[in-house]
Design a protein. Structure first.
Ligand code: TRP
Length: 334
């Protein structure tokens, strides 16, 4: 009898994982594998809603798997898999498309943003992205879905789909809760504190990736935007000093110090000392992750073993749900 609650989350391998990916979702996950039955995956099916270079997609998918492990997701304690390896995702995704309404899909802010950014490729997949995400979630009947603020709307849509579906067929799906960690949930670009530090934005100069070496990281922090007021002191004021607030969030998440402690540490010192101090703290936290990722990437057969076992485990769980769904809708059993 499995008493543990279930949790699931995924990241699209559409760009290199950044410090934002780490301090946002990733660093919370290893704590969760002790307590919950966890599924984590590389959302490659979702990645292709925007055109991807095939070699880069393959490289990033494996790199992301290695990074998950390097960040502390022990494959013996959780299920790590590649979304396209578990065919039930695409199958349930289709079914749920028929239970997601055109109107509600049209209201998704991510769809609107991405359509604006990819005006020459507003494909059907971009539009129905949330139904596939609902399938990712519902196949495993999780209690929680840890996501960033930007994905909350998709989890809410998933809940609507569940209510609609269960309303017709009875209690097939469990209603999932979004779980949004408070501190460090949202790391902003170092050069534009109004925008999230993005993994997809190739032209985003304000990001640090998990594979950046110490020199590159220090350079990014030294040129980080602070603010243009004349006060020039380290004080947490996200409305008026968003650049400084972002650096403080990073420093606080990495070192565990509170904002008050940070203000005191840099009292009367201006930004000249503060920015490299944040950089150094980040270098130290990312160093073991980068080194372990590189080591794992050189061991292809180990990674292969991990993602194969993960896909087997995931599809076993997913198949149970899918069968139930097919039966309820009236598909003839094979
Ligand atoms: N849409 C998520 C993102 O862009 C990735 C994702 C796909 C996901 N399927 C999911 C996250 C299911 C949580 C649960 O980051």
């Amino acid at each position: 009898m499995n008493e543990k609650k279930t949790m699931l989350s995924g990241i699209k391998p559409s760009g290199d994982l950044t410090l934002g990916s780490y301090l946002g979702p990733l660093h919370h996950w290893p704590k969760m594998i002790e307590e919950y039955d966890c599924y984590f995956f590389m959302a490659d099916l979702h990645a292709i809603t925007v055109r991807q270079d095939p070699a880069a997609l393959r490289r990033r998918t494996l790199e992301q798997l290695a990074q998950y492990i390097a960040c502390g997701l022990d494959p013996d304690k959780c299920t790590l898999f590649i979304q396209s390896h578990v065919r039930q995702h695409a199958e349930l995704g289709w079914v749920l498309n028929c239970y997601a309404m055109f109107g509600e899909l049209s209201r998704m802010t991510q769809f609107k943003d991405k359509s604006a950014k990819n005006a020459d490729n507003i494909n059907g997949g971009l539009f129905t992205y949330p139904s596939l995400m609902a399938a990712d979630i519902l196949l495993y009947q999780p209690d929680f879905v840890p996501v960033g603020e930007d994905q909350k709307q998709h989890v809410e849509l998933t809940r609507n789909i569940v209510q609609r579906f269960n309303g017709v067929y009875g209690d097939v799906f469990k209603v999932p809760e979004p779980y949004i960690p408070k501190v460090g949930a949202r790391i902003m670009s170092l050069t534009n504190p109004a925008a999230k530090m993005s993994k997809s934005e190739t032209e985003d100069t304000g990001r640090v990736t998990l594979m950046d070496d110490p020199g590159a990281i220090m350079k990014q922090f030294k040129r980080a935007i602070t603010d243009s007021d004349t006060e020039r002191c380290v004080r947490y004021d996200p409305d008026n000093k968003p650049g400084v607030a972002n650096l403080m969030t990073i420093y606080s998440t990495v070192t565990g110090k509170t904002y008050a402690e940070i203000e005191q540490e840099f009292d009367g010192q201006g930004y000249g000392k503060f920015k490299p101090a944040v950089g150094e703290a980040v270098v130290e936290i990312l160093r073991p992750i980068r080194e372990e990722t590189q080591r794992l990437l050189s061991d292809k057969s180990y990674l292969e073993g991990v993602y194969r076992a993960g896909a087997d485990k995931a599809s076993h769980a997913a198949e149970k749900t899918l069968r139930k769904v097919y039966k309820k809708i009236g598909f003839v059993a094979r």
